[in-house]
Design a protein. Sequence first.
Lengths: 967, 406
Amino acid sequence: MMDGSAPAPLEVATTCPYCGTGCGVLARVSASGLTTVAGDPQHPTNFGRLCVKGAALGETAVPKGRLLYPAKRDATGLKRVSWDEALDEVASGFQRIIDQHGPESVAWYVSGQLLTEDYYVANKLVKGFVGTANIDTNSRLCMSSAVAGHKRAFGEDIVPVSYEDLELADLVVLVGSNTAWCHPILFQRLVKAREKRPEMKLVVIDPRRTATSEMADLHLPIRPGTDVVLFNGLLSYLHQHGVIDTAFVEAHTNGYARTMAIADNTAGDLRSVAAACKLDLGVLTEFCRLFARSEKAITAFSMGVNQSSSGTDKVNSIINVHLATGRIGKPGAGPFSITGQPNAMGGREVGGLSNMLAAHLDLDQPSHRALVQDFWQSPAIAAKPGLKAVDLFNAIDEGKVKAVWIMATNPVVSLPDADKVKRALAKCELVVVSDVMADTDTTAFAHLLLPAQGWGEKDGTVTNSERCISRQRAFLPPIGEARPDWWALSEVARRWGFAAQFPYASAHEIFDEHAQLTASGNADDASPRYLNLGGMVGLGKTAYDKLEPVRWPVLKLPPPLAGEDWGGGVLADDVPCETRTPPAGLPPVVSMLGNAIQGTSESAHAANPQSSPASGGGGLAVFADGRFYTPDRRARFVPTPPQAPAGRLDDDFPLVLNTGRVRDHWHTMTRTGLAPRLATHVAEPFVDLHPQDALLCGVREHDLARVTSAHGSCVVRVRMSGEMPRKSVFVPIHWNAQFASDARVGKLVNPVVDPVSGEPEFKHTPVRVEPFMVAWHGFALSRDSDAADASPLTSAAAWWTRITGDGYSRHELAGRRADSTWSSRARAMLGVDDPDADWLEYEDLSAGIFRAAHVVDGRINACLFISPRPDLPSRAWLSGLFAKPQLETEDRIGLLIGEPLSRGDDAGATVCSCFGVGRKTIEAAIKGGCATPAELGAKLKCGTNCGSCVPELKGLIAELRARQTAA
Amino acid sequence: MKQRLVVIGNGMAGIRTVEELLKLDGERYDITVFGTEPHGNYNRILLSPVLAGEKQFGDIVTHDRAWYAKHGVLLYAGNPVIEIDRKRRVVKALDGLEVAYDRLLIATGSRPFIIPVPGHKLPGVIAFRDINDVETMIAAARSHRHAVVIGGGLLGLEAANGLLRQGMNVSVVHVMDSLMERQLDKPAAKLLKAALEKRGMRFLLEANTAEIVGSDRVTAIKFKDGSEIPADLVVMAVGIRPNVELAKAAGLHVERAIVVDDTLQSLSDPRIYAVGECVQHRKNVYGLVAPLWDQAKVCAAHLAGFGHRRYGGSVTATRLKVTGIDLYSAGDFIGDKDSEDLVLRDPGRGVYKRLVLKGGCIVGVVLYGEVSDGPWYFELMQARRDITHLRQRLLFGRAYCEPQAA
């Protein structure tokens, strides 16, 4: 704690809203309202570190672009309405459609960025009170294959590994995960651990060379879509080399024989595996040997595994290997799904997927349904799985679903075949969108817009990839009329007559109810689940507010802390962590506060590397007893015959499109797009491809290319990073229609889904790449202001991307109309109407070069650079000009010359105008020996034309002579 | 015995030729110079600063009588030649003096063109050519208020600026819609006009003078549209006419001016040379100073017996001598369909630059506000240097094109 002598600005501990790592963040708000953030040194995930996205959170917690008020669309556009009116419309609109077409005609599409409390209320409302399971989430696009894989193998969606396990492992295999970019802090932990224990090995399986694979001991650049072959091959290798933990298999699993038979049959010899996966046999063998000899092995995976038409099989092929070797339920071992969203896990816990019920209870189990309905006191309970994301939007397109409420997600950008989503929403009878941003690709289709609270305003909990529940705390007042999503949902429930079942006044009440439900019927003789927050039932507001990161399950609280309300400061200040050991007799999984998760600092961890299941490593204890959550409490092997990806390459679509993240952006950029410091690492949407493929496609680096699949196309910048294998191209997922003219890669993605999980195949769509011919390339920078309107700029271009700068916006542009009137056109593009404006320009029209700048009160207001080639000036130095209070002459010249100037040789004030000879040049010549104007003229030409400067030349000679004499 | 060289015209062209000749061979000729004006030689281009009060007459005298004496040049100032007798090879002066020549150099220059509108002979209507005109203007400025300059070209604007500096109300009447249209493109002319207006100059463009009004002195100018402005002093600066009457009378071949070949010899009589504004060379008649220097050099070499030099014509560059206004123009600044333009506009800094390129070379330059690179462009233009490799930075000047010597 800080020394209390000076009143420090309010500092709030909260959780980062980006990836599934779930880092602790300390946020401060300055007197002027600016948010600054730092890593929370106390948080057991990141111990004070933040990645660049997290560090830039302050730049995104700004009012810019926010949706401030509820709004309703009429014939003329969106009109501000009151919350009451908006909620009345939502309630009556949904009710009318339900009355006419039944509960299956409405749907919710929510998000892994909702807080657990929002998620819980949404799920409860839909499944218990509307009586449909038509609530799905963008987590469907992200880790539903992992969920399905877990359920098939373990009987419950349980991630059996923690971050500490990663540090304890002797071998970490990263599959389909660019962890270095997508989960940077987690990756840093890994790297640090490896520095301490160089014997620890890192294997990366990824078709691309990535920042992650650069760090690996072994990189397996696998042929896209052949993961199952690889892991079947590994399983068979382990079998052949006697690395199977027969005792574990016999005691705790089912289905081994059949699974092994299929593995042996499909991948029984490494040579054929290497051929199928396009791997070097030596590298493959090395990997298998490494795995075979590493007791402590973790296979961590993310989208490269999940986002596949056989994603669930991929997950199970990985789990199979761990079950067969018994490398699960032990420190430093297990299969580890790393999630992509801040609260994908929380959503899974409350049942926010259309094939789940709630609290890890199942839709298809009557007893579970009864339990939940009874708990909720609800009039109905969904009896069958609802529509999964892709199907849900198909159903909207087909008119089967007529009303949809979209919360905290942007499906028009993120779903596969995204233009179909657009079409579907365009004809949907009622589209309600809750969002923090006013203008997204999805809000454009809303009939009703509800302002949601953003990060820093909302209050609740999130769960990260290692089942650690952390508080997201509010530290900013809600902007405009933004309200919690749970509140809006509860208000609709109230309008439907369910006020009693949705009485929530604050987030902690919802969390409490959720915790109760996880404990409800959660016993060996009833409906046992590993997810159990029974120990957190009854948390009062104070204790909830003080809640420190805790990994579930949480069965019981240490005695001093259990009770009606945990006594505030007791937790953090008065009880040393070490003393907070659970009382004897509790199950070994008790992990509340003070156990493994509660490491107070990194050094504490380092000092106590032995932290073992017995001493409280919650994650380490999962399945330690060999008991799983299937009916017979045995884990299941799942046979995984390899399946090829759905899309086949042919002459029309000869390349494989892989999609993914870049380091500094997040999802559909609605938030990271606001932060200048996140904009520069990768400024533009791109297609990365192998130089040889580029040659075959006829595209050149830095030029623009159209990438086309059977479903749609986008236009992006060509990049040849050297990271791509042949036949494979990569396009990032982030760019939406607010940031680029035509870069929504979702349009291209094959909407085929995994038959079990319903997760789309984002990593394997056949495409072609063609040159996108333009007559000119350009970019514009314009100072942000309320009046700034980029539409003349973007409408003048055939292609554009917007990049957020510090106090300005940058547009990268390209156009087809070669124009001989750039001067007037540029003014129109930058909105400069005043003919007397301080407008400077350079044109070389026959070379196609044009540069212009608009200056207001000596400050740069906007500039535009045009060239026929993508060889435009450095954008970096230009940004510096926007920070300058006054442009200097050099800056003005630099703007037109298109590069920063170090001052040219200073000739001094012109003396001889005829030949442009300056005073300093002349002085130098005099010092060099010229003693008469004639001599100067012979040397410098000065004074030899009109002669009017000869007197001055004489004067200068005399002056210098006098000076020399004086000296 | 020395040969006899007679020079008709004690102006810049004639004396520069003499000077060049003396450098080459001081002994070859007995030199006699006849001049209309009663002075030694002075720098006519600097009359504008004198009018503007920035220089005194003494400052612009380049060759006083002592110079002539020192170099043994016989000067008849204020005694113009009125006849050339080619048969006898003598010139006859106004006072009857006859001087024989072996070689004759005609450097009679030009005189201002006076538009023959009614009233053009009224007192108070003058040209801007010599020190006498300047003195007239300075005197008028002391007692009169309204000056009208007819002609918005280089000379007219310099006169107008001088009169403005002398405290008069100055209006410039120009028949075209744009100032200095022979030297400037419209954007530059616009900048120039704005800058001069800021100093208080008034402009009447596309104005046709119909009549100069007045009885014993000019009082107003009337235009063809019927409008009228007050005028106590009218300066005509609408162009020059070469002084060729003498040559014509002597039977030399004269078109617009005395036609000379590449050695500056008259086509009709190889003993007779001509330089300066009275010369027509390869269809061109020049009114600027630089060609005159070039001609003087060639002519002097030839007179000195070094026949190897040839004059191939000049590309001219212009600059306006109005203090505080930097303007430079050279070559074909309008261009055509085959030419390419580099243009820079920064009105905030008062800068306009334009280069006209053709076939990778500079063919025209207009600079306003920032003219220091003008001579360099001019050099590149004259040398027909391929500037393709400099093109990206060319317009920003030599300092940005040439790697700096560390």
